[in-house]
Design a protein around this ligand. Structure first.
Ligand SMILES: C[S@@+](CC[C@H](N)C(=O)[O-])C[C@H]1O[C@@H](n2cnc3c(N)ncnc32)[C@H](O)[C@@H]1O
Length: 258
C-alpha cells in the first residue's frame, strides 16, 4: 500500500534541488556541496548500499546504544530504517532533496515536512525517523547518545574534517556510543571522495575508538580505485566500546555504570 501523503505539497525534484543549491551557495564548502547535488541529480550514487551496511549489522549491538542516533550525511540509506527497527529514534541530515524524497518514497513512508526549523525536517509518521534536509553545518542538533557514520567523515576533504568532527561531538552526549565506517587506501595514488582516513587521524579525533573490523573492499569499490593501480582498499569499522560510554555517564551523573 503506498504511503498516504498528509503533509504540505511535495515540490518536484527540480524545485527542491534549486533550494539546495541556494543553501549550499551560502556555506563555506559550497563547491563540494555542489558536486554532491549534481551527483544525486545525475543518479551517480555508487556509494549507496541497497541492502545496508554489513559492518553496522555485525557490530551495532556491541555499542549497547541508547535511544537517539545521529546519522550525518545519511543519503537515502536503508540503515536509517534498520536502526529504527532496532528501537532507536533516528535523526539524519542530508544535503540533497532528491535523496530525502527518494528515501521516503522508496520505503513508502507516510511523512510530513516541518519547515519551522533551520532546515526542513522530514518526519516519518509511523517510524521514529527524521531527516533534516540541507547542509549539516547549517543545523544545530543535540542530545544524541549514539552516532552512526558511514560515508560522512570519508565524504569530507581533509580541511573540512576537523570542523565536521567538532560539530558532531557537540551534538553528542558525553560517552555516546559511536560506530564509524572509514576507508583506508593509498591516498597518494588516487583522490577522494571517498577519502582515506588512516588510523592516526581517526585516533586524533576519537582516541577511545576501537578498531573492530577491517575488510578488503577493493573489488566492490568504484572502478577509479582499481584503475589507479591500488592493490588494497579496506573498509574499517571503528567502535566506541559501551564501557567508555558508561564511564562517562557515571562521571557525569554519579550513577553506577551499566
Ligand atoms: C558518500 S554519501 C553517503 C550517504 C550515506 N551515509 C550512505 O551510507 O549511503 C555522502 C552523502 O552526504 C551528502 N552530503 C555531502 N555534503 C553534505 C553536507 N554538507 N550536509 C549534508 N549532507 C551532505 C551527499 O549528498 C551524500 O548523500
Amino acid at each position: 500500500m503506498p504511503a498516504v501523503w498528509r503533509g504540505p505539497p511535495i515540490l518536484p525534484f527540480a524545485t527542491r534541488s534549486v533550494n539546495c543549491e541556494a543553501l549550499s551557495a551560502r556555506c563555506y564548502h559550497a563547491p563540494m556541496s555542489q558536486i554532491w547535488i549534481e551527483r544525486w541529480r545525475a543518479g551517480r550514487t555508487g556509494w549507496h548500499e541497497p541492502g545496508g551496511n554489513a559492518g553496522l549489522r555485525a557490530h551495532w549491538q556491541r555499542l549497547n546504544a541508547g535511544t537517539r542516533v545521529l546519522v550525518p550525511l545519511c543519503g537515502k540509506s536503508p540503515d536509517l530504517l534498520w536502526l529504527a527497527e532496532q528501537g532507536h529514534e533516528v535523526v539524519g541530515v542530508e544535503l540533497s532533496g532528491i535523496a530525502v524524497q527518494a528515501f521516503f518514497e522508496e520505503n513508502e513512508l507516510a511523512h510530513s515536512v516541518d519547515e519551522s526549523g533551520a532546515l526542513p525536517a522530514w518526519r516519518a509518521e509511523e517510524m521514529p525517523i527524521t531527516i533534516h534536509q540541507g547542509d549539516y553545518f547549517a543545523v544545530e542538533l543535540s542530545g544524541f547518545d549514539a552516532l552512526y557514520d558511514r560515508g560522512a567523515l570519508v565524504a569530507m576533504s581533509a580541511g573540512t574534517r576537523p570542523a565536521y568532527v567538532e560539530k558532531t561531538q557537540r551534538s553528542l552526549d558525553a560517552g555516546a556510543g559511536c560506530l564509524i565506517v572509514t576507508l583506508e587506501y593509498d591516498q597518494a595514488r588516487v583522490d577522494g571522495p571517498p577519502f582515506a582516513i588512516m588510523p592516526e587521524e581517526i585516533r586524533r579525533y576519537w582516541p577511545d575508538l576501537e578498531r573492530a573490523e577491517a575488510r578488503d573492499d577493493l573489488d566492490t569499490s568504484p572502478p577509479k580505485f582499481r584503475e589507479a593501480g591500488l592493490g588494497e582498499l579496506y573498509e574499517v569499522v571503528w567502535l566506541r566500546p559501551w564501557s567508555a560510554r558508561a564511564d562517562a555517564r557515571q562521571r557525569r551523573d554519579g550513577l553506577p555504570g551499566d
